[in-house]
Structures are given as C-alpha cells and as structure tokens.
Design a protein. Structure first.
Length: 94
C-alpha cells in the first residue's frame, strides 16, 4: 500500500504543507516535492509517474511522491513525529 503526501499528512495529523516543509528541512524532498535521494530512500519513498492526453496541448506528464507502507514509521522517525495510537481491538472482549 502506498500513500500520497496528503494521505500521509492526514495519517500523521498534520497538513500537507507542514509535511512538505518538514521533509524539505530534513532534505528528504527537492524543490519539486520529489524524493531528493530516490536510490537511497527507495524502500520508503517512490516517484509515481503519470500521463494524460490534453486535446489542445497534447500529452501531459506528471510526477509525484508516494510513501510506501514501510516508509510511514521511517518518516515519522526522520521527522520526529509521534504516530497516532491505533484504536483498541474490541473483537476479543468477553
């Protein structure tokens, strides 16, 4: 499972701009909000590439950062963010 930066920020309980600012301060993202070191951080972050056709200007291309499942805890440690506690599991209550 992968998350966008907006989904990751929501998981951490902060805003997307705050997450991007923190990631840039730790030099995890470049000026285009893509992983600064894609080879080093490939287990945690990846670049998603997309394309679509626009009838007036032709093919359009985009790139965005995705946070892999293993990257959630890693990113929280890098940014010194406290992860939210998971809800209690009430399935086994007698």
């Amino acid at each position: 499972m992968e998350r966008s930066l907006a989904q990751t920020a929501k998981h951490f309980g902060i805003s997307r701009p705050s997450l991007i600012r923190l990631m840039r301060e730790k030099e995890l993202l470049d000026e285009r909000n893509l992983p600064r070191y894609p080879s080093r951080d490939r287990e945690f972050l990846r670049i998603k590439e997309g394309s679509w056709y626009h009838p007036e200007v032709g093919m359009q291309y985009s790139q965005s950062t995705r946070v892999r499942q293993a990257g959630i805890c890693w990113l929280a440690q890098q940014l010194q963010i406290q992860l939210p506690t998971p809800p209690e599991d009430h399935r086994y209550v007698a």
